[in-house]
Design a protein around this ligand. Sequence first.
Ligand code: MN
Ligand code: MN
Length: 453
Amino acid sequence: MEKLVENYMDFISRNKTERLCVRSAIEIAKKNGYKDIEKVKTLKAGDKVYIDKMGKSLILFDIGTGDISKGMNILGAHIDSPRLDAKQSPFYEDKLYKTGIVYLNTHYYGGIKKYQWVALQLALYGVVVKTDGTTVDIAIGDEPDDPVFCISDILPHIAQEQMKKPASEFIEAEKLDAVLACYPNVKDYHDPENNKYTAGDGKNRIMKILEDKYGIKEEDFASAELELVPAGKARWLGLDKTLVLGYGQDDRVCAYTSLIAMVEGKAGSRTNCCILADKEEIGSAGATGMNSHLLDNAVAEVVARLNVKANPELVIRRALANSLMLSSDVNSAFDPLNPGLFDIHNSSFLSRGVVFNKYTGSRGKSGASDANPEFIAKVRGQLYANDVYFQNAEMAKVDVGGGGTIAHYAAEYGMSVLDCGVSVLSMHAPWEITSAFDIEQAYKCYKAFICLE
Ligand code: MN
Ligand code: MN
């Protein structure tokens, strides 16, 4: 168990963006016999393939011995996490006050409490794509010799006005700009004769550094995808190796355990499928999110390579409609410091096993897929048979808030889908808390699930 959790900690420490997750997941899949579907002309039972969608989401298939139109066993999780994205014109220098500070201008991605992202070591990851089609990878802040980035905050001594504001206004989104550079030395920027500071050239210096190191120019950032994330590794939290503290555990804790269960598993009669989706944190929109034809297009590619006699369109529809899916995403762990937010009888607790959410959503289950009891019973039975610990929960008290997952997009195909995942304390914070036991139970749950007949 410790090995699985330490491998997981290493995975989330090295893969802090969806692109890096896809890249590492492909490596893991290849080591386990998976091939790029683009390079495969026909498929038969026992074949394993993956579909890489724009390097941002990934779908794996392990072809079963039976008729695919009887449905698949699908594990689905998302690999994007809340963060700060660089804007399209990301660099600016404070010229008004001539501080010489150069900032990276950001736009937050997903649901964050903005005040949590100031005064924190940040790393910058992503790609810059040049017009000649070449892609430059950026990764700064996690190697021991790397610099880091930081968004400054007001010192408490003079924060009286700030401290009166509600937390939602405490740090404005437009002030979530990270420090990139400053005047290195007053002598270069000060004209002692006239006692004047010259306008800075900090931005130019930054551009020069970027051009020398990466061969990229300022205009190239218009076609870039740069993400500011917490710098540093996932660590054991506390003294007893019970808890894990790490960035992006929503939802890489489900994604990693699903992936490992998938590649270690072997399809029986039903084809197994594992979806690592992008864009969940912003509503699953976009071509790499689940609110697209990501899944049915992928299944169509598989069906096109199988020796299928029936009408392929019907086979695809039946394969999807008859599928069973665990939509795996994290759930809020009961928080003893804020017990009033939770219905204690319907909460998930750290270290009590994988969590089932029959429904998610908010305001009267709005946006939930609300799983069928017949399907839940089937999953429950399988988990009992495989000694997997699980708990049933809602996110919080009714009408306290809520959230959605990818489940209802999968349900649109008519399949049976159940929300399932790992409890997280401080979900969506830069550093989130999970339990090692729950990570292991999630992995065991996914392994058992893909063996359903
Ligand atoms: Mn999530
Ligand atoms: Mn989330």
